[in-house]
Design a protein around this ligand. Structure first.
Ligand code: FAD
Length: 194
């Protein structure tokens, strides 16, 4: 594995990594995608995706990701499982440590995504994608005419609360301080609207 120098190595097999993989392999670059868990990233735990163009009525997250993979395979994207632990930039050639092994690349695309900070309360894990959500713009439309509670008092929480008020019958903003942390401009807007 170590003597082959890839044109591109992509770290992360979520939608961003697979999209990069599609473009690179279609451009006939010798491309390797490295994923430490399962291909598809966070979308693998998404029950329904309703905002991806071309799928009226929505599509199950895992099914969409399977299509991404099949599409990438058509262009010969190479995929391996492994955790990228380190990248050494030795000038033109980058050296990646993947579970103790070395992989060499001319270019590296980092598509390692993000992890929402969890609340850590009972039931949270089991209900992800079934009522518990970390993204209002992704999932707000699923909560039409039902009450929604948002946890947090910062900018994101207040912005998401305003967005969700378009759908939900009632929006509760639950925060632990005596006042919101969100910037005052947002607070004013929020208080005006409520
Ligand atoms: C429950 C839920 C529902 C959602 N619903 C929607 C929706 O309906 N519509 C929408 O648009 N968005 C939705 N989202 C958001 C969407 O899933 C993310 O925006 C999207 O997955 C981000 O893609 P990404 O490729 O950047 O990162 P990710 O999907 O996070 O993928 C990153 C990948 O990188 C891998 N990785 C990380 N570090 C390493 C490493 N060191 N070595 C190797 N691999 C590594 C991870 O294992 C992961 O598979 C939802 C998210 C969740 C959690």
């Amino acid at each position: 594995m170590s003597e082959n120098i890839f044109d591109v190595v992509i770290i992360g097999g979520g939608p961003a990594g697979l999209t990069a993989g599609l473009y690179c392999s279609r451009a006939r670059l010798n491309t390797m995608l490295i994923e430490k868990m399962i291909l598809g990233g966070q979308v693998m735990i998404t029950t329904d995706v309703e905002n991806y163009p071309g799928f009226p009525g929505g599509i199950a997250g895992p099914e969409l990701m399977e299509r991404f993979q099949t599409h990438c395979q058509e262009f010969g994207l190479q995929v391996t499982t492994g955790n990228v632990e380190n990248i050494n930039d030795n000038g033109k050639i980058k050296e990646l440590s993947v579970d103790g092994k070395k992989i060499l690349a001319r270019a590296v695309i980092i598509a390692t995504g993000a992890q929402p900070r969890k609340l850590g309360v009972p039931g949270e894990q089991e209900l992800i994608g079934r009522g518990v959500s970390y993204c209002a713009t992704c999932d707000g439309a699923f909560f039409r005419n039902v009450p929604v509670a948002i946890n947090g008092g910062g900018d994101t929480a207040v912005e998401e609360a305003m967005f969700l008020s378009r759908f939900a019958s009632k929006v509760y903003l639950i925060h632990r301080r005596d006042q919101l942390r969100a910037i005052s401009l947002l607070q004013d807007k929020y208080l005006d609207e409520n």
